[in-house]
Design a protein around this ligand. Structure first.
Ligand code: AOS
Ligand code: ZN
Ligand code: ZN
Length: 388
């Protein structure tokens, strides 16, 4: 089975946002390995992200993280991005790095910690106004380590009040997306641990508040595609942080650990109207490349999403629905698996060339000499976040 023209046409709409921090050095609590050529400034991260777009045509925007990507002049940063063929995307807030947030930020019991965290988000909105960003993405490290440590119910009320103040400042063309994560850094309770809590909190805010689903933020065995289907049904799936995991929040290359799960997720995205023009769902990556080169790591990631989207778009939906209505369990499963086992790589390579892109983006990038150039030019690249 090959990829048909309708599928290829639908793929032309695909856009995957890259995280600026994927280009910085990252690691575990044991060691952060440096990679030659690692960016030293937000501009260099954007220049690297632009390489991914140049060879794949898939990644037209870059997400920034504040304060890791703080600059004096965001309009100039935007011009820099555009000159490199990309644009600035989502603004990610950061309320997990300062001592003041030791016991929480937007959900904290301490009024001064909450005030500081709210003000940080208001600053992020001002930055969004300068960068032209649509989305403010909030991920909170808030939680507790021990039963009884704090009042988990009061913290939900605090969170709701904090989010309401932030949302009141979100512009008409902007959105707030709230990410959930079941544990880490807090180990007993997390204030936004699951899609239900995120949904409840954003539903109370209004239409322009949505849920962000990070694929690495669930307990093992969770049926993530069901959550996708439910959030799309509720009109509240705002964005994805794509990555893959073997154990916890591993932030590995999307599609590396469980390609079949990625296929199932993308099938439900398409089924639920979350793909294509006018869709409210932003496709983003949230990954860290600890041991592999960063630009090739991002190229592999966006290609994995594209290949799996091609497979998901190839499902014979009419035949599938007929089999489902007939309760033909095995046929229905076979129809879905037929699409999953379709290998789109040769068709995609040929199609890329018709669009002026290299048939093999990874090979073209590696042959370009860019990697050697940045390794020679840049000395002292920074860590993705904590060292930046
Ligand atoms: C943290 O686990 C989350 O996935 C966030 O999206 C976070 O802001 C991002 O990983 C950058 O640290
Ligand atoms: Zn994330
Ligand atoms: Zn994460």
């Amino acid at each position: 089975m090959s990829i048909d023209a309708t599928t290829l046409a639908a793929l032309a709409d695909q856009a995957i946002e890259l995280p600026s921090w994927a280009f910085g050095n990252s690691g575990t609590r044991f060691k952060v390995f440096g990679t030659p050529g690692t960016p030293r400034t937000p501009e260099e991260k954007i220049a690297d992200a632009a390489q991914v777009h140049k060879y794949t045509g898939l990644a037209p925007t870059v997400a920034l993280h504040i304060p890791w990507d703080k600059v004096d002049d965001y309009a100039a940063l935007r011009r820099f991005a555009r000159d490199h063929g990309v644009d600035l995307g989502t603004i990610n807030s950061n309320t997990f790095q300062d001592d003041d947030y030791k016991f929480g930020s937007l959900a904290a019991t301490s009024e001064s910690a909450r005030r500081k965290a709210i003000d940080h988000h208001l600053e992020c909105i001002e930055i969004m106004n300068e960068t032209g960003s649509r989305d403010l993405k909030i991920w909170l490290a808030d939680g507790t380590n021990y039963p009884g440590q704090d009042d988990i119910r009061r913290r939900q009320d605090n969170l709701a009040a904090s989010l309401a103040e932030i949302y009141a400042n979100i512009g008409d063309d902007q959105r707030l997306v709230l990410e959930y994560k079941f544990f880490e850094p807090a180990f007993y309770h997390t204030d936004v641990p699951d899609w239900g809590t995120s949904y409840v909190q954003v539903a109370a805010l209004g239409e322009r508040a949505m849920v962000c689903l990070d694929t690495g933020h669930h307990a093992p065995g969770t049926n993530i595609e069901f959550i996708v289907a439910q959030l799309l049904r509720l009109g509240k799936l705002g964005s994805f942080d794509f990555n893959s995991r073997f154990y916890a929040d591993d932030d590995l290359i999307v599609g590396a650990a469980d390609p079949f799960q990625l296929f199932r997720i993308l099938y439900e995205v398409i089924r639920g109207g979350g793909y294509g023009p006018g869709s409210p769902v932003a496709f983003m990556l949230d990954q860290c490349h600890n041991v592999e080169d960063k630009i090739p790591g991002q190229i592999r990631s966006v290609l994995n999403v594209q290949e799996m989207t091609a497979r998901a778009l190839s499902v014979d939906t009419a035949a599938l629905e007929a089999a489902q209505r007939d309760h033909d369990v095995l046929l229905a499963n076979e129809i879905l698996m037929d699409a999953f086992y379709t290998d789109p790589r040769a068709d995609l390579a040929a199609w890329r060339e018709t669009r002026g892109l290299p048939a093999n983006p990874m090979k073209a990038y590696l042959a370009s000499g860019y990697q050697q150039q940045i390794a020679a030019d840049r000395v002292g690249g920074t860590q993705a976040g904590w060292g930046a």
